[in-house]
Each structure stands twice: as C-alpha cells, then as structure tokens.
Design a binder for this molecule. Structure first.
Ligand SMILES: CC(C)[C@H](C(=O)O)[C@@H](O)C(=O)O
Ligand code: SF4
Length: 763
C-alpha cells in the first residue's frame, strides 16, 4: 500500500490511512475490519436495520456475545436464557440478542458456549483482534484491543447500526498523543498501577480528542495481558483509543489462535505487514507525556473519578489542598465515599472485593491473585478472606475459567474463601444481580469508580488484582509489598512452576452466595413510547429555558445509570435522566433541590454546564436519549467526552463547546431562569434582555447535517462503490481479514460448540 504522504507517520496515522474508503467533505469514511457486538448497545441498532430492510454487510467480520446482563452463578443447570435469567429486563435484552443473531446470521457465543465472555476478552482470545485492524464495539472499553496495534474505539448504538449496515464509519482524525513510560517498574508495581498513575497525571480529560500511543521501555517489557489492561483504561484518560506497536510478544500471543492468520505463507505475510506498524522516526505528536517507571508505587483510587488516585502509603486528600475550581467536586466525592481527609489509606476497611472485568479478568490476573494468597500464607499472613468480607472472582471468559481450573487456581481461591463465578461483566457495573449495597465499600479490579457504578450508593476503589487480593485477605487496603516481601513484582520469591504444588487435599469450605436480591435502586418507571429512531429532527433555532450545572466530569453513568440500559427502546428515558443525583437512592423520591426537579428548569431544553468533560466514560447512547427524551437538545460545556459528543450529533442534538467566560455568563442567565436561543444557522447564542449574543462555530459538515436532519447511513451508502473497491483491495492486500475462520464471506454462520483441544479453523 503506498502511503498517501511521505512525511513520517505515527502508528495511528498508518492504521488510519490504511482504512480510508473515501475522503471528502466532512469526515473521512473508514473501513471497520472487526465489529464486536453485545446485548446492551445493539437492540435498537438491529431494530433500525429491520425497519430499513437492511442486512448485516459483513457477518464474517462480526462477532457477538452476551456479557453485561448475565448472572454469574453456576451454569450447571443452564438450559436456556428464558429459564436461567430471572430478572425480566435482562432476560428480554439477551433474548432479543439471540433472536437478532439468528435473524441476521451472526456468529454468537451464547451462555452455553465456553467461548462466551466479556467482549473485550474474547476478541483477543480468539485472534479476532489483529494488529493493524480497525476494531469497533458499542462499548467504551473497545480501546483494550489497541494493545495489538489495532485502532480500536467505542461507539454508540447509532454507529453500531451504521457499521452493521455498511461496515464503515465516518471518522474525523484525532490528535496524536504519546505517553512514554521508561525504566524498570519497582517491586509490587504492575500494569494497573501504571495506568492509574498515568490517569492521575493526565486527568480524565487529558486524552480528549486524542489517540494515545503508549511507548517506552516499560511498555515494551509488558505481556499482552498487561498491555491490554493499560489500553483498556485509555478511555478513563478521555482518549478515543490507546495503541501499542505490535512486536514479537504480540505475534507470539496470536500464533495459533482460532482466527489468527493460518501458519505458513499467510502468517508470514501478516507478520511482515505487522512489522511495519510502528511510528516512523521523526513523526510528530501533538502531545507528549513522559512517565518514569521508578516514580510509580502501588496505587488505588480514593474518590469517584478514575483520576482520584493516591499511593497506597498515602492518605485521603484534603479539599483545601485543591484549587478552588476543583474543591466542590472533591468535597462531594469525599462525602459520597464516606471518607475523612487525612485518613491513611491502609486504615480503610472494605466490605467486598471484586476480581474481574475487561481490565483485569484475564488469566494473568487470576494468577496474580493466587500468588498473593500463597505468599500471604507462606509469609505468616492471613490465608483466608477476612471475616465479614465477601470476595468474588469472575473470570473474563469461559476459556479463562477453563484455563484457571486447569492450573488449579480455582481450588486455591475456594480454599481461601473466595467465590469462584462464571464469566461476565458482573459487579464491574452490576447490570446483573452482582451489586454493592448502599454504603458498601469495595476493592475492585475494574475501571470505573463513578457514583453508584457497582450499585446505588456503593463505594468503589480501583486497584490492581494483587492489591484486591491483599485487601480481601486483610480486610483493609494493604500495601502489596508488605505481603509479597520485596519480590511482589514476580512471585514473592515462590518460584512457582505449578499451582498444583500448593494444593493440599483440603475440604473446600462453602462460600456464602453473593446477595441476589435487588438493591433498592428505586427504579423510576420509564414510559415506553416508540421503538427505533424515526429519522432526525432538524435543528435550526432552539429557544428555551436553560438548566445551570457546575460539576466537572459528569459521566454517562450519572446521566443514566446501568439499571436503565436494559431497555430495547430509544425513548422513554427522560424520567430517569440524572437518576443518581435527581432522586433519593434509597426511596426513589425526587430530590427537591436538584435543578431539573424545580420550576422553571423542569421545562429546560438547554443545559449549561460550567464544569469540563461532560459525558465522559461509558459509550451508552442512552445518555443523549435520556436528555432528548427529557426535552434537552443542546448542551453547552467547556468540553465533552468524545463518544458522548458523537452520540449527540447522531441524535440531532447539539453539544456545544464554549470558552469558560462565556459559559460563566450563560450560567448566570440560566440560574435566573431566563430563556436562551441557540441559533445554529447564524452560530450565535442569543441572550436575554438584549445582552450581547455569544458567537460559536460548529464543524461545517456537522452543522449542515443537523440543520437538514440528514441520516448518516443514507449518506454513507451513496459511497457504495468506494466500499466495494476497498473490500476488493482488502482481500488482495490483507487476505487474512476476510473472516476465513467463521465462514466464507456472505455465508450464514452458526456458532459451533467448543470441541476439546480446539485448534484454529475449528469453527
Ligand atoms: C454498556 C456499555 C455501553 C458501557 C460502556 O460503554 O462502557 C459498559 O460496558 C460500561 O462499562 O459502562
Ligand atoms: S467496563 Fe465492565 S461493564 Fe464495561 S465492558 Fe468492561 S467489564 Fe463490562
């Protein structure tokens, strides 16, 4: 492939350039090689296809599984989803997925398939994720796959529909950011500490608008599992994607995977191409960050944002030590977390420990937890989960579980009193019954510590698998170095060759079942009106009451929490908008002081937020759907989460970035209950009482689409010929991408149950 330019290019530039189908007015159309689909963000997309009479363009490049809603109790008695999943809305969402994969002929790893698991664990595990590919999924942690040198990013449901129909996506080019981590990691420090430390340094908006390349000697030394944990949390740093240049460690990981290129000529030409996927000397980055590995010590979070990090030997921070603009957020976080400034982190007691998630649900994470248990016992520390603590281990996939059991890890866990569960997202976000109760504190290997993330009123602290294991054993946050001696980074001096060496035949005590009753999330009834999108309304001049908000980093979990993601509709979510801050978590009653519960803001059609990074976090399009359903069609803020911003445009809504001073002025108008008018045609915000209007600019193509209510899929299909030409080129240049592992292009594919000793092409 000739490069479109001879200037030195970054890894991101190269992968982007290799996928351009069409470049014209507005965004570039990118070909998407790999599409992963799960039950939460797809029902409305399939419904859209059905309504438009469209097919899935590339079933051979689409892989579907269930992960968010499913219970993680034993599947010994599993017969069907309809009889196994107790909670009605979760069941409906999984049943809808099963119907959709049948109707559209897609490969599906269901609950009776060992290969089922969290979407970001199974992609790499199968060799579906490959270097140099573009990978998308209706899920923000798609960034995980960037560990392979893929350009992988999360999308909303409208974009899921777009890819299903066209196998392409309109994309603007992001900025290039490099985070260089150099040196040897100190003892006890692993990849999770590295990424938490990085987010602490750059902040949750540090990577907004960027694709981050993680580079440097520290990153090059890491295993694929560790690299995945780092790229996974790029989204917590606000980035569109994270990438790591593929190398021998990558190739070794991929060799022999079911969907990797076949050994021989195909493998050799794939590796030859993959070796070109590194940044050219002299390529320019828009932002560069240097991190010294030696500065990192075992890290955990204290607050309700992933950037709220503290070293394990530190103390709960004091709001007075933060700049005034941040103090309000810190005070609110400490109150929510039930923490007092100055308390040493090691003096904080936990109620629950959660292992799993797409960040740390892989085999290496399981081994790391087992090593801590063994080392603790050997070094005279506790050998059992602390009294009063419930600790659960949820493997990221059925294959991770199988591997862990083959290594004897499950017995080590059970013997120590951990609950060994089935694969799924589980308590990472608690769409299933695995949840925290209000006030419970959890040491968690997951990636988000937002308010209510693991259960309404629950308190989440993020940390490495080793640190979670240590906390489960001692009952307090614990410096892993104290348990592992000075060799925490390796295996605590144990020289483990087989975990079976540590298995003495013992009676495995029964673990108390995880609470299955629903936590009192006081689900507000949502009104269901229509199913799929009915085309975009036009946006010309929007006049109305504006609601003032001041908080920074309002994440999409706060805009619409997990219990409302089980809908099969795009509408009816307005009554649940801002649920965690609009209603009392215990009673479900409206909080009278919340702005949208008061007159005149109950009738707002505009939101003015003076805090930055509005809509960060999860890719759930339910966030703009909820705002829209409430009646809000324009949000003004200093900056937005990337995926949220795109999702707004896809729904005919305007996310408008304005300078802080303008927002402060508009905040005053909004607080006075006065009307504003957003005139998109003339690009001005018209203020009340004849005050000077505030000018703004919106990308010309986006503006044109909003004003004319244009449907993106229709626009893309005008480039059908370009897509076909690209596919022909793809088949000749990168033949291994044509889904040979599943079925021939265009054929109906059926998931095949796993056979023993599964080898590649056993599909
Ligand atoms: C359900 C999905 C939209 C969401 C995401 O995008 O991240 C989920 O996986 C999460 O972690 O909050
Ligand atoms: S972050 Fe949690 S809920 Fe989201 S995909 Fe990963 S494991 Fe699932």
């Amino acid at each position: 492939m000739p490069a479109p330019t001879s200037a030195p290019r970054t890894l991101y530039d190269k992968v982007f350039d290799d996928h351009v189908v069409y470049s014209g007015e507005g965004d570039t159309l990118l070909y998407i090689d790999r599409h992963l689909v799960h039950e939460v963000t797809s029902p409305q997309a399939f419904e859209g296809l059905r309504n438009a009479g469209r097919k899935v363009r590339r079933p051979d490049c689409t892989l579907v599984t269930v992960d968010h809603n499913i219970p993680t109790v034993s599947r010994k008695n599993f017969k069907s989803v309809s009889t196994f999943i107790g909670e009605t809305d979760s069941r409906a969402q999984v049943v809808a997925l099963e119907d959709n994969v049948k109707e559209f002929g897609l490969t599906y790893f269901g609950m009776d398939d060992k290969r089922q698991g969290i979407v970001h664990i199974i992609g790499p595990e199968q060799g579906f994720t490959l270097p140099g590919t573009t990978v998308c999924c209706g899920d923000s942690h798609t960034s995980t796959h960037g560990a392979f040198g893929a350009l992988a990013f999360g999308i909303g449901t409208s974009e899921v529909e777009h890819i299903l129909a066209t196998q392409t996506l309109p994309q603007a080019k992001s900025k290039n950011m490099r985070i260089n981590v150099e040196g040897k990691l100190p003892e006890g420090v692993g990849s999770k500490d590295v990424v938490l430390h990085i987010i602490g340094v750059i902040g949750t908006a540090g990577g907004t608008g960027c694709v981050i390349e993680f580079a440097g000697s520290t990153i090059r030394e890491l295993s694929m599992e560790a690299r995945m944990s780092i790229c996974n949390m790029s989204i917590e740093g606000g980035a569109r994607a994270g990438m790591i240049a593929p190398d021998e460690i990558t190739f070794e990981y991929l060799k022999g995977r079911p969907l990797s290129p076949r050994e021989g000529e195909e493998w050799d030409s794939a590796v030859a191409y993959w070796k070109t996927l590194k940044t050219d000397p002299g390529a320019k980055y828009d932002i560069e960050v240097e991190i010294k590995a030696e500065d990192i010590i075992p890290t955990l979070t204290w607050g309700t944002s992933p950037q709220d990090v503290v070293p394990i030997n530190g103390v709960v921070p004091n709001p007075a030590d933060f700049p005034e603009s941040k103090r309000g957020n810190v005070i609110r976080s400490l109150e929510y977390m039930g923490l007092t400034a100055g308390t040493p982190m090691e003096k904080i007691k936990i109620d629950k420990a959660f292992f799993g998630s797409c960040t740390n649900g892989r085999i290496e994470d399981m081994r790391s937890a087992a090593r801590v248990i063994i080392a603790s016992e050997k070094n005279g520390g506790p050998s059992k989960v602390a009294e009063g603590v419930y600790a659960m281990i949820v493997p990221g996939s059925g294959l991770v579980k199988q591997q862990a059991e083959a290594e004897g890890l499950d017995v080590i866990f059970k013997k120590a009193g951990f609950d060994w569960r089935e694969a799924g997202c589980s308590m990472c976000l608690g769409m299933n019954p695995d949840q925290l109760k209000p006030g419970e504190r959890c040491a968690s290997t997951s990636n988000r510590n937002f308010e209510g993330r693991q259960g309404a009123g629950g308190r989440t602290h993020l940390m490495s698998p080793a640190m979670v294991a240590a906390a489960a054993l001692t009952g307090y946050f614990t410096d892993i170095r104290k348990i592992m001696g000075t060799r925490g980074n390796e295996d605590g001096g144990l020289k483990i060759t087989s975990y079976f060496d540590y298995l003495t035949p013992v009676e495995v005590p029964a673990v108390p079942e995880a609470p299955t009753e629903e936590t009192p999330e006081g689900k507000t009834p949502v009104k269901a009106t229509a199913a799929a999108s009915a085309g975009l309304p036009k946006f010309n001049v929007l006049r109305g009451i504006a609601a003032p908000m001041w908080e920074a980093n309002i994440d999409t979990d706060k805009i619409i929490p997990k219990q409302f993601l089980k809908t099969l509709l795009r509408t009816g979510l307005g009554s649940a908008l801002f649920w965690p801050i609009r209603y009392d978590v215990k009673t479900g009653e409206e909080l009278p002081d919340f702005v949208l519960n008061k007159e005149p803001w109950k009738h707002s059609s505009i939101l003015v937020c003076t805090g930055a990074n509005f809509g960060c976090g999860s890719s759930r399009e339910h966030a703009p759907w909820a705002l829209n359903d409430f009646g809000i069609r324009c949000i003004l803020a200093p900056s937005f989460g990337d995926i949220f911003k795109t999702n707004c445009f896809k729904n005919g809504m305007l996310p408008l970035e304005l300078p802080q001073a303008d927002l402060d002025a508009l905040y005053e108008d909004a607080s006075a209950g006065l009307e504003l008018a957003i005139d998109l045609e003339n690009q001005v915000v018209v203020r009340p009482n004849g005050k000077d209007p505030i000018p703004f600019t919106v990308d010309a193509f986006r503006r044109h689409c909003l004003i004319n209510g244009l449907d993106d899929i229709g626009l893309t299909l005008e480039h059908r010929e370009n897509i076909e030409q690209f596919e022909e080129k793809r088949t000749s240049v990168w033949p291994w991408l044509d889904g040979v592992g599943y079925a021939k292009k265009g054929q109906k594919v059926v998931a095949v149950p796993l056979k023993k000793n599964v080898k590649k092409t056993d599909w």
